[in-house]
Structure formats: C-alpha cells, structure tokens
Design a protein around this ligand. Structure first.
Ligand code: UT7
Length: 338
C-alpha cells in the first residue's frame, strides 16, 4: 500500500498515439484458426491497431509524450524525468525512455524504463507522484508505449487475437487549485505467478540461442485461464483497499478505468464491486489489449468526450505480468487533463 505524503500532485495533460492500420477479427481469421464470433464473445475485442514494420515502442511513445507536453504548454527543458512503462520496449537496454526524452527535447530530464507488466502505467504514475510530491521533480512525463505485435506469436491463436499497439502519456505535476489531485495507490505483486505470462527467452535467465528461436521462446506466452482468475479476484481486492485507504466509498466512483484485457474480466469485476456499466470506461472493442497504454488511452478518450467533470472520482486499475497489480484513486480537475 502506498500513501501520499508531501505536496498534492495531479495529471496536467494526456497524450496518445495509435498506429493507422486496423486489423479486424475477420482479417485475423483468414490466417488463424479463429472467428470473429469467438473473439467477440470471449474477449469483447472487435479490432486492434498494428504498427507498421520498423515502428517501435519509442516511436509511438514520442508522439504520445509530445502531445501531452504540448497540451500542458510545458517547455520540454522543464521536464525532470521521463519514465516509460512497456512490455514491448525497444530493446533490453538502453532505456526506451532515453530516446523518448531525447526526441521530445527533454534535455535536462533523467530517463528510465519500468517493467511491471500491464500494470506499468499505474506504477509509473505512482513513482512520478512520489517524486513530484516529495519535491524531487516539478514535472515528470510518464509514457505507456507498446508495439506488442512485435512479440506476438502470430501462429498462436490463444494470444495473437488479444493484443494491440498504441501509446499513452501523461504529465505529472504539483496540483493547483481546482486542478484535481492524486489521492492514493494500492500496488502489489505475486511472483509465484511469474511463469503465467512472460516472454521466456532473450534475458539472462534464458539467453537467446538458435534453440530458443526455433522453440519460439521469444514470443509472449500466457496461461489465459489462470491470469483470468487472478484478474477477476485482484481488481476487486485492490480497488477496495485503495478506497479504504483514501476514506472513499465505491458508490462515489464516477469513472472506473480498468486495464483493457477482456470485457468479461471488466464486467465481472465491475459487477462484483457494484459499479454500474455506464461508469466503466472501455476501448478494447476497437484497440484490444494495449497493455501499458490501455489506461491512458481510455482516460484520454473519456476526457476528450466530456465524460469527466471537476471533482469526479476516478479509479484507475492495472494488472498483468509479474503477476502485478496497481490501483490509483484520483480526483479530476476543473479543466481536466487537456
Ligand atoms: O493484459 C494482461 C492480462 N491478461 C489477461 O487478463 C488475459 C486473461 N485471460 C483471458 O482473457 C482469457 O483466458 C482468454 C481470452 C485468453 C481465453 O478465454 P477462455 O475463455 O479462458 O478460453 P480458454 O483458454 O479456456 O480456451 C477455450 C477454448 C479452447 O479450446 P478447447 O480446449 O476447449 O477445445 C481453446 O483452444 O477456446 C480455444 N481458443 C480459441 N478458439 C478460437 C483459444 N483461443 C482461441 C481463438 N479462437 N482465438
């Protein structure tokens, strides 16, 4: 559990980027043993965006970060730190964030990557909030950026149909009067579930060899059923904890923004918590599971469509590989993130 001390912190602007190319379920069913009906019924996904060959996570992250910084009217040289969360970073190292910082002109910023599975954006928000709250930095740019299509096994129908590419970014800064604020976090991890969702090879545990390539060990592997069970349990538990910690009630939540893994997971969790469907934000019908980008993509759409108002209570929720989870409760500002 993470409590917020120090000065109040908020998100002052959001930015997003999506590849142009949309791949529908029907298109996938031409190369995989699957159907539009199966994918829609089991996941709620209708289509996803797929980056063009050669486009990396940082390419999308740069676009999203630049938009967020422009919207915040923030001179890039005033950015203190860029944190990128991704399950499909450009490389093992250097950090994807270093290239993003360089390309957006954040010449005085530190840069680092964060690996927390699909919970990455909420973790990045927690770290940024702590840093800004403690006065270490005035402005931290956090970026969830994914080109998951590059780590998918396109022969594996149980994973290939689920994910999509995209990026979302936020500027985290001290809160101003009426500008909303972050109220608290609940972060957690259960390493026993590590093997349930991973890219097995390519790191120090299973270095790349011809055999690992032949055995397709450099692609994303998932035990969908077990991760599903974990997700439906942890969303309710973590949401309840962060609400308790902040002294708020579930019926006060105006918008629930869960990680977009599966519509059935979202509906089950929202039902268990008692959050009405109209207060739940989803975009996986159009974008699939965009991992670290799913929460900021949803939040930006909600903000742009006028769904959020001053003082609204917003619950963000991430969960995924690790296994990890992260919930964040925040109050929306007058203008909201632009
Ligand atoms: O973002 C990180 C977090 N990730 C998640 O939270 C994902 C959690 N898991 C899930 O969302 C679901 O478990 C899946 C969508 C991945 C799978 O749904 P499911 O209802 O759990 O299906 P299943 O794995 O139990 O498979 C049911 C059947 C199997 O066939 P048999 O063994 O019953 O004959 C699969 O082979 O569906 C088959 N199947 C497919 N059929 C058509 C699996 N994938 C497909 C497919 N098209 N794409």
């Amino acid at each position: 559990m993470v409590g917020l001390e120090g000065r109040a912190v908020t998100i002052t602007a959001l930015g997003t980027a999506l590849p142009d190319r949309e791949v529908t379920n029907d298109e996938l069913s031409r190369s995989l043993d699957t159907t539009d009906e199966w994918i829609r019924q089991r996941t709620g996904i209708g289509a996803r965006r797929v980056a063009a060959p050669g486009v990396s996570a940082s390419d999308l992250g740069i676009l999203a970060a630049r938009q967020a910084v422009d919207r915040a009217r923030l001179p890039p040289e005033d950015i203190g730190l860029v944190i990128t969360a991704s399950i499909s970073p450009d490389q093992l190292f250097p950090p994807t964030a270093s290239r993003i910082a360089y390309e957006i002109g954040a010449v005085r910023a530190g840069a680092c990557d964060l690996s927390a599975g699909c919970s990455g954006f909420v973790y990045a928000l927690a770290l940024a909030s702590g840093m800004v709250g403690a006065g270490i930095h005035e402005h931290v740019v956090i970026v969830g950026a994914e080109v998951i299509s590059s780590i998918l096994d396109w022969r594996d129908r149980s994973t290939a149909v689920l994910f999509g590419d995209g990026a979302g970014a936020a500027v985290v800064a001290p809160a101003t009067e009426g500008g909303g604020r972050i109220l608290g976090f609940d972060l957690g991890s259960d390493g026993a579930g590590g093997p349930l969702l991973s890219v097995p090879a390519g790191g120090s545990r299973m270095p790349a060899t011809h055999d690992t390539v032949d055995a397709r060990q450099h692609y994303l592997k998932m035990n969908g059923r077990e991760v599903y069970r974990f997700a439906t349990r942890i969303i309710g538990d973590s949401a309840t904890r962060v609400l308790e910690q902040c002294g708020r009630r579930i019926d006060e939540i105006d918008l629930f923004v869960p990680h977009q893994a599966n519509m059935r997971i979202i509906e089950h969790a929202a039902g268990r918590l008692g959050i009405p469907r109209e207060r739940v934000c989803t975009n996986l019908e159009r974008y699939g599971n965009t991992s670290c980008a799913s929460v900021p993509l949803c939040l930006d759409e909600a903000s742009a469509s006028g769904r959020l108002h001053e003082g609204d209570l917003v619950l963000l929720m991430g969960f995924g590989a690790g296994l990890t989870w992260g919930a964040c409760l925040m109050e929306w500002g007058a203008a909201g993130p632009l």
